[in-house]
Design a protein around this ligand. Sequence first.
Ligand code: PLP
Length: 407
Amino acid sequence: MTTDWKALEQKYYMQTVRRQPVVIVRGLGSKVWDDTGKEYIDFTSGWAVDALGHANPMIADAIAEQARTLIQTSNQFYTIPQIKLAQALVENSALDRVFICNSGAEANEGAVKLARKYGKVKKNGAYEIITAFGGFHGRTMNMVAATAQPHYHENFKPIPEGFKYVAYNDVEAIMAATTEKTVAVMLEPVQGEGGVIVPDPSYLKRVRQWCDEKGLLLILDEIQTGIGRLGTLFGYQSFGAEPDVMTLAKGLGGGVPIGAFLAKEQYCVLSPGDHGSTFGGNPLTCAAANATVRYIVEHDVPAQAKKTGEYMLKGLNELKKKHSFITEVRGMGLLQAVVFDREMSAAVLKECNQRGVLLNGVRPNAIRIMPALNIGKAEVDEGLRRLEAGMVAAVATVAKPQTAEKR
Ligand SMILES: *Cc1c(COP(=O)(O)O)cnc(C)c1O
């Protein structure tokens, strides 16, 4: 008799996510298998986390070896994987120091604490942080506040203060919102969860200039865009503008839960007692991340992601030419979206699951594609074939346009 895992989940788990009806039990590279043995091409890679694919033997070996050596002590002591990872991140970025934590939201929390303290000691108590509508910064209370999407606030009031929202891709809006209370601007180089919104090529450079002029910290939330996703190791390198503070998570650990925030030396104002973490920077996750980051740098995986991304974008644009229900294909590197003329993401996901390709429904009328950075061309081709068949099946089941996309 087979176990009904979906029924057990419904009984025991908090119902906070709309899950797709697939029980994934195993993965290898860019493929996964469900509990019935069915194979899927994985265009989601664990929400842009499995940067080097599933069950990567190099990462698995690093984890296994570290697990047999030392999993956890605490930050009372020095541990070598943490120091090695810190070195790898600093030497390969424009930032000078790092703090390692356990998730994206936590990395952003640390960055905000750093900015607030900087404002307190260096900028007359300035505390306000400007963020952009449509952005996404995580699920802790402060990151709910930083995320300028009202539907995330609704059930959780009072929402912490100290964030001001402006339109994305609009430097003048940031200028207009800046006051003597402003200490930082926090943005994603490309908005991921907001629908894969790529800003104007000059946007970040111009924000950088404004921050320099006003002495504001530029915090880039690179939790999704960092570690090769946009075709450069960090997203800011694709836009020619360096942050003062940068946050990482998702792809950083090659699958294990880990986050980090980095800052330039002059902004490293947190002192002993200001911040900490029990699990943050533990040897196990740092060994996995260290193996992941060093492999990505040594093999120039970002360049590979860039090439594969261009190949995929070409394929998606061919689908757009063939099918009028696709209104837009957009993205950068291996972070892409397909936009429809109607709200049919759910139907597309359902039909695509049946045909063996996993996707993310980023908007009611748009799907997001974010495969492993080392996905092969053959898997891209096969994934796109299944996606096309799934979209064509879905479009027949969903009535013609009600709403165009609202941006
Ligand atoms: C996923 C994401 C987060 C939140 O990361 P968690 O690890 O889920 O806390 C924050 N910012 C961006 C840009 C993200 O994509």
